[in-house]
Design a protein around this ligand. Structure first.
Ligand SMILES: Cc1cc2nc3c(=O)[nH]c(=O)nc-3n(C[C@H](O)[C@H](O)[C@H](O)COP(=O)(O)OP(=O)(O)OC[C@H]3O[C@@H](n4cnc5c(N)ncnc54)[C@H](O)[C@@H]3O)c2cc1C
Length: 506
């Protein structure tokens, strides 16, 4: 974690002069108040810990430590999925190993001067029954998100843009009609066509009958919500998204700080229950199956304070992304390893723009067609619904997914700092006056947080997540969509499989 302070002049020049591919274009703010006056723009650059996983990927080797601990089930990965699995097994002999200092995975909270902000997951919907049930069990419930989202064009936010609001979009009438028509027709497809048939198609092909502005919109919405643009997205996922995009008949709920609030509630219950059986800052680098058949056990090798350690478990639940599972799990057959390798992930920095006083808050989630970032959520919308005191401190959580080819930029601090400049400039362009309210931009980088549900993914996902002896797979990438609820469902499945193997009654 590093803190830098730039000046506005430098910020603008920095964005303009950047030669990194994918950095934002040098769009000058519409009305810089005093371009020559120094204007501090603090940036706080954070990230998940990349080094341990990169060392494994690059073939790092460590001395083979003796086994010093045993348990029935070792859960690897303390994101929503691993935490759910450990919660379900809390009365058993379970251990949870997480590489970061905090549990939460891609649903971590950040807090700035009392404002809770998400660094990842934003909301859930009321039909996500597995998650709704888990939250109820934990004694928490998100608040309903009020209002429809906005599409911001030329600084003008238009809410409810797939329904009545479409008529206010600054597009020709046929494009406005296509916003509404595409919704009706896609929902019909989603409800009447077999899942597999839709999944086999590219979402971009389903969008061909409509104005190109629709594809343009989904090329923003898709990367923000599932990592991929319309041509990389399963037609099933795209058609289904019409049931919840921009507000819908399936109401959204969340917590201050987004789904970080849900992860925090789970961690708060789990941690005291498991005590020393939760280990953080522990990176698993190898998972080896010993023996065969019903008697097989698993040796889990991990680094703790840089030291190699090992434990033996009756079963392992791997709740880490599959791209990484393939690096740690030994003895995978080549076809299975290829399948794991084929799952694709979007790199994803999130910028929390901290404001001295209320900034733009036309709606909960606000979409852009012409910025390097895709959307922002007003961090305290869930508390004030856009009607809070004007003088309050607040934040905008700006989502800035990147194409896979630009993943390497996350390791180039200057490139990420230049993206923050682009975020500030983009906000100022659409909402003049925002720039001078910015007190700090807090950045959180993740390399592979969101798997992309590509066409045909539904067909292979069961094979991707099938157990390998005593090793069971959780994580949201065991499902057809990257969401908290998928993480919960995958955990429930893996816990069922592990329990059956170990003869636990549930
Ligand atoms: C920007 C963004 C916005 C999102 N918005 C939403 C949303 O609005 N709604 C929604 O439902 N979902 C959303 N998601 C998706 C949601 O956050 C994920 O689906 C969810 O976090 C997945 O949980 P998980 O436990 O499967 O995986 P993760 O959250 O990825 O957790 C995996 C855990 O494994 C740990 N780990 C990895 N390698 C190792 C190792 N070698 N040893 C030990 N531990 C390891 C990681 O540190 C991490 O804690 C969003 C995601 C992002 C990134």
């Amino acid at each position: 974690m590093r803190t830098r302070r730039y000046f506005l002049k430098t910020v603008m020049l920095g964005a303009a002069a950047s030669s990194f591919p994918g950095c934002p274009p040098a769009s000058a703010p519409a009305r810089p108040t005093e371009p020559e006056a120094p204007h501090p723009l603090g940036k706080n650059l954070g990230s998940e810990r990349f080094e341990p996983c990169h060392a494994v990927r690059d073939g790092g080797t460590w001395a083979s430590a003796p086994v010093t601990a045993t348990c029935d089930v070792a859960v690897i990965g303390g994101g929503p999925s691993g935490m759910t699995a450990a919660w379900r097994l809390r009365e058993r002999d379970v251990m949870l190993l997480e590489k970061e200092p905090r549990l939460g995975g891609s649903c971590l909270l950040d807090e700035w001067q009392g404002v809770k902000m998400s660094t990842g997951g934003a909301f859930y919907t009321e039909t996500e029954t597995a998650l709704v049930g888990l939250l109820k069990e934990l004694g928490v419930e998100g608040t309903r998100v009020k209002g429809a989202d906005s599409l911001v064009i030329g600084g003008q936010p238009v809410t409810d843009f797939f329904r009545d609001g479409a008529d206010r979009l600054p597009f020709p009438q046929r494009v406005r009609d296509d916003f509404k028509r595409s919704r009706d027709e896609m929902l019909k497809l989603y409800r009447t066509r077999p899942k597999e048939e839709l999944d086999a198609q590219r979402f971009s092909d389903l969008l061909k009958p409509y104005a190109p502005e629709l594809t343009q919109f989904w090329n923003r919405f898709g990367p923000s919500n599932w990592g991929g643009g319309a041509s990389e997205t399963s037609g099933y996922v795209g058609a289904e998204a019409y049931s919840w995009a921009g507000d819908s008949e399936d109401p959204r709920r969340t917590f201050p700080g987004g789904l970080g609030g849900a992860a925090e509630a789970l961690a708060a219950k789990l941690t005291p229950k498991l005590g020393s059986r939760v280990k953080t800052q522990v990176s698993v680098y190898r998972v080896e199956t010993e023996g065969t058949g019903a008697k097989a056990k698993v040796v889990v090798r991990y680094l703790e304070n840089g030291e190699p350690k090992a434990l033996r478990a009756g079963a392992v639940i791997l709740a880490v992304p599959k791209y990484f599972a393939r690096h740690v799990l030994t003895g995978l057959d080549p076809a299975r390893a290829e399948l794991l390798k084929a799952t694709r992930y979007a790199p994803y920095p999130v910028f929390n723009v901290c404001l001295k006083s209320a900034g733009p808050e036309p709606a909960y989630d606000n979409w852009f067609l012409d910025e390097p970032f895709t959307d922002f959520i007003s961090a305290d919308w869930i508390v004030h619904a856009g009607r809070g005191p004007a003088e309050r401190k607040t934040a905008l959580t700006v989502y800035h997914p990147l194409p896979e080819a630009q993943r390497v930029l996350l390791l180039a601090d200057e490139a990420v700092l230049a993206m923050a400049d682009g975020v500030a400039a983009g906000l100022e362009k659409h909402f003049p006056g925002t720039l001078e309210k910015i007190e700090e931009i807090r950045i959180f980088r993740r390399g592979h947080p969101m798997f992309i549900p590509t066409p045909g993914h539904l067909k292979v996902v069961e094979r991707v997540a099938a157990p390998v002896g005593p090793v069971f797979f959780a994580h949201s990438d065991s499902s057809y969509f990257p969401a908290f609820v998928s993480a919960v469902e995958a955990a429930e499945t893996a816990v069922g499989q592990a329990s059956k193997r170990l003869g636990f009654s549930r």
